[in-house]
Ligand binder design. Sequence first.
Ligand code: NAD
Ligand code: MG
Length: 393
Amino acid sequence: MKQRITILGATGSIGMSTLDVIARHPEQYEVFALSAHSRVAELGDLCLQFAPAFAVVDTAQQAQDLQARLRAADCRTEVLYGAPQLEAVAASSQTDCVMAAIVGAAGLAPALAAARAGKKILLANKEALVMSGRIFIDAVAAGGATLLPIDSEHNAIFQCLPGDFAHSAPARAGVAKILLTASGGPFRTRALESLAAVTPEEAVAHPNWVMGRKISVDSATMMNKGLEVIEAHWLFAAPPEQIEVVIHPQSVIHSMVSYVDGSVLAQMGNPDMRTPIAHALAWPHRIVSGVAPLDLAAVARLDFEAPDFTRFPCLKLAYEALHAGGTAAAILNAANEVAVEAFLARRIGFRQIDAVLQAVLAQVAHAPVADLDHLLQQDAAARRAAAAYIAAH
Ligand code: NAD
Ligand code: MG
């Protein structure tokens, strides 16, 4: 039986890498549904290539136009639109596995639907987990879903943990620390006083990874690593003190687990997301991903250093939000989404991103999470506060 895959965010960097791996194994995988937000023409091309049962777009007009194009090309794909249909394809009895690769909080609802429906979830959309934390993990358990991390660091940690790994294991016997590696992004060594003037083009030019624009800016501020610390907390039931960030500029070690006996296990490979994607698609087996073998002689050296919280205040804010608990991480995440968008639109400077976050965290009081509605209200309040701060500065 082929695994039937739904890809939420098919036109993005992760979505396209997933389709690249799937196309290498037509005997094992077939595409059930693909979604896109704005790049509808590209989604149309993917439908012609992969012939999914469903494609999901944002608006009725987009759906009508795409459906007409596909009909004219004799493609059987049915085009749907809107958030409820996105949730429906993610939870459909006809799909086995859901790649959650929408960027930002917009991906939460369909990922939760997949969790409740007991799917195998390949989670790239870290913002969904950062935002909803316990609610998401509980939904995975209640739905009997399998949650496999796609984020390269978390996929590496998953590979370095013992085979009997369970998301709900409290203090996993023998694990001393989770060592989350970070490249340090494009501004690790740049003169501090010049950071205020960096442009969106400079910020999205990551030294090792090719990614979507939002995560690329997050990597430049190291908010990405902050979100990943919170993501690791939920995925591996690890307290904040057990999660340590290590700067490793070559991005060859994707993360490590350190054990009480002094052993440190690392997962290595070229920085290419097709490795964690192939790992999670085939888990517990292994399949070819198209990634070139690691040439250690060419890599030659691996460097490590401690992170600089003065240079990267967003990383510190993320640790503080994790310690604060409750809705703090959702508030931080929402403010960050608004700030990054404003930076990309050249409405604020690079160093104002962390200023927005500090202002919003000071203004919107976090609280214990009551339920999903409460979380969404806090998310909305944080977005309003961030927009107001940006408008006033
Ligand atoms: P991207 O910007 O390249 O793609 C985002 C996808 O989400 C697109 O298909 C887009 O159509 C869809 N989308 C955007 N806004 C939407 C909305 N409001 N509603 C529905 N769909 C929407 O992003 P990416 O780099 O592929 O990242 C996707 C997710 O994976 C992010 O959460 C990111 O943090 C995570 N991730 C990415 C990488 C990477 O290497 N790119 C690595 C680790 C984790
Ligand atoms: Mg990562």
